[in-house]
Write a protein that binds this ligand. Structure first.
Ligand code: NAD
Length: 259
């Protein structure tokens, strides 16, 4: 059983975890729709997929804009001939003490990390229902969606929201044959983590690498996570082996948080 021939849309597919997921699923035989605000980045990933002999299309959209998310799914369906799996991966980080965070900063991260997931759930479920078919929705949560984290307070709140939305959507759409799950990575070697490390140093005055070392020291498997580590779990959630799994936010963190 595999995901071969299925149409998968990945938001934030231009780099990091989204890119890793897209390449893994393309290798497994899925057709990919890469969605991002960064046109050159998704074009480059589509090129990598083509070089593997896979099939990919690209669509520029901001996940915080409801209409653009609907348009992205329409594009996936019309270009690739179907729509089976929605991966709400795009998200932004924010290293900011709760004592200092501004309304503008809170609104920005809520718009992308929370509203973006809600628009993704709305648009994907509407499309599955319109097509009269089952479907899978997979959301990006985090270890920060399981335990609150100092300096990442609002980010962590957005990921707690993703976990609750995953449970609520799973219950709401189960009767339609739609499953909704999430992946909870730990410390993944991507642009986002570099940004977190840099911002942490700027805010605390600690040398670059301090937060990374502290975080990696707390990982049971003793190394930083790669996008491929995350993609392995997502491949399971996207494929038929997870048909009886729904509403779960599953840890993929090398042993940091135990649930
Ligand atoms: N890196 C980590 O350690 C880590 C850990 C746990 C969870 N996560 C989560 O995994 C997901 C991916 O993280 P990453 O590390 O690959 O991040 P990243 O910053 O490396 O890549 C994110 C991608 O999303 C795109 N993007 C940003 N805002 C967007 C928007 N409004 N609309 C569409 N695309 C947008 C960016 O252009 C970029 O290509 C995020 O939701 C993040 O919160 C990351």
């Amino acid at each position: 059983m595999s995901i071969e021939g299925k149409v998968v849309l990945v938001t934030g597919g231009g780099q990091g975890i989204g890119r890793g997921i897209a390449l893994r699923l393309a290798r497994d035989g899925a057709s990919l729709c890469l969605v991002d605000i960064n046109r050159p980045a998704i074009d480059a990933v589509a090129g990598e997929i083509a070089a593997l002999g896979g099939k990919a299309t690209t669509f520029v959209a901001d996940v915080g804009d409801r209409e653009q998310v609907h348009a992205a799914i329409d594009h996936a369906e019309s270009t690739l001939g179907g729509f089976d799996v929605m991966i709400n991966n795009a998200g932004i980080a924010q290293v900011q003490p709760l004592s200092e965070v501004t309304e503008e900063e809170i609104d920005r991260i809520l718009r992308i990390n929370v509203k973006g997931v809600i628009w993704g759930i709305q648009a994907a479920t509407a499309k599955f229902v319109a097509r009269g078919q089952k479907g899978k929705i997979i959301n990006a949560c985090s270890v920060a969606g399981q335990d609150g984290a100092a300096m990442l307070g609002v980010y962590s709140a957005t990921k707690f929201a993703v976990r609750s939305l995953t449970q609520s959507a799973a219950k709401e759409f189960a009767s339609r044959g739609i499953t909704v799950n999430a992946y909870c990575p730990g410390i993944v070697d991507t642009g986002m983590w570099e940004e977190i490390d840099e911002r942490f140093s700027a805010v605390t005055g600690a040398p670059r690498g301090t937060i990374s070392k502290r975080a990696i020291d707390g990982i049971a498997l003793g190394r930083m996570e790669t996008p491929e580590d995350v993609a392995g779990l997502v491949a399971f959630l996207a494929g038929p082996d997870s048909d009886y799994v729904t509403g779960q936010s599953i840890m993929v963190d090398g042993g940091m948080v135990y649930r």
